[in-house]
Design a binder for this molecule. Structure first.
Ligand code: SAM
Ligand code: GLN
Length: 318
């Protein structure tokens, strides 16, 4: 959203019906620079009334009582200032699951589903039980989705942010996988120090926005989402360097390292994977928009790890 300026209220009129309320709210959101004004107006009204999308379409003649009108006006005013809908309604769909979100976590992005897909496809060829590590789990989007898809997987999830981990745990409980996820708070691999564990897959969507670009992020992102979740250091590569260096030795023989990459970083991250002698089959997966989105590779040698003996590596898709 590009519109600055104060969030002037858009009062619901006396006896105004749902269909008209949405139309006027959408116009006000468009005027404030919102990219998806109609959708946002609908979601905010559904939230206000506790309605499903179906009710929205089947009850267009409904009017609001005073308290509903007041709550809806307040949500539209906040959205006009750029506050993301997901934070306003406290949830976002990812991998067809409903995730709780708070301003402590990055709002899960549809692109990140490619990362989940890469891991799920890979695990299909690995013997169970498998162990997965999700670094910087945020809302738990990746960890919970992988745990749901792969019944034989034990997931470890880490984040430096305690409030983020609380959200992730709530999401795991909500989706019935809390008992298959272990949570660790701390800086990347620090919480695993001294633990003799290795993984079939190590996955992360790390912060990757170059620091100098933080000020140029779209307002909905830059002004509202956690800096901790976004800032990837001077060139956006800080986390990739550390994860490739410290993560590769944590992989079992044939294990997968799969990382989401930011705009323009796929080449550098692939180089990093290739330069690390322990990774082979390095590949870049594209998202629905055709953009490079995931870099993946597999570990060739288990020397120096603390893994159990591994069976032969299977066929990998993707
Ligand atoms: N995995 C979630 C997703 O894909 O939606 C969140 C990804 S967000 C881009 C990056 C996450 O890494 C944030 O939750 C942030 O708190 C966490 N993080 C940042 N620095 C970290 C660090 N040094 N160690 C562990 N986690 C960190
Ligand atoms: N995909 C997010 C954005 O474009 C960035 C997330 C990240 O740094 N991993 O705003």
């Amino acid at each position: 959203m590009g519109g600055a300026g104060p969030a002037t209220a858009v009062p619901v009129r006396d006896a105004e019906i749902v269909a008209d309320i949405i139309r006027r709210a959408a116009a006000a959101l468009a005027e404030a620079g919102c990219d998806t004004p109609r959708l946002d107006a609908e979601l905010l009204l559904m939230e206000t009334l506790g309605w499903s999308r179906e009710e929205l379409y089947t009850r267009p003649e409904t009017t609001l009582d005073a308290s509903e009108a007041e709550r809806f006006e307040a949500l539209v005013a906040r959205r006009r200032r750029g506050e993301p809908v997901a934070y306003l309604i406290g949830r976002r769909e990812f991998w067809s699951l409903d995730f709780s979100v708070t301003p402590a976590v990055l709002i899960p992005r549809p692109e990140t589903e490619h990362l989940v897909e890469a891991v799920v496809d890979f695990l299909a060829s690995r013997p169970e039980p498998q162990r997965i590590l999700d670094l910087g789990t945020g809302s738990g989007a990746i960890a919970v989705s992988v745990a749901r898809e792969c019944a034989g997987a034990e997931v470890w999830a880490t984040d430096v942010s305690a409030p983020a981990l609380a959200v992730a745990r709530e999401n795991a409980r909500r989706h019935g996988v809390d008992r298959r996820i272990d949570w660790f708070q701390g800086d990347l691999f620090a919480p695993l120090r001294g633990l003799p564990v290795s993984f079939d897959a190590l996955v992360s969507n790390p912060p990757y926005i170059p620091s100098r670009e933080m000020a140029r992020l779209p307002r909905d992102v830059g002004a509202w989402e956690p800096v901790l979740a976004l800032d990837g250091g001077t060139d956006g590569m800080d986390f990739y360097r550390r994860i490739v260096r410290d993560g590769t030795p944590r992989l079992r023989e044939g294990g997968l390292l799969a990382l989401e990459v930011g705009d323009g970083l796929a080449g550098l991250v692939s180089e990093l994977f290739r330069a690390h002698g322990g990774l082979r089959r390095v590949r870049v997966l594209r998202d629905y928009a055709g953009l490079p989105r995931v870099v993946a590779g597999e570990r060739t040698q288990a020397s120096g790890t603390v893994s159990r003996p591994d069976p032969a590596p299977g066929v990998v898709s993707g």
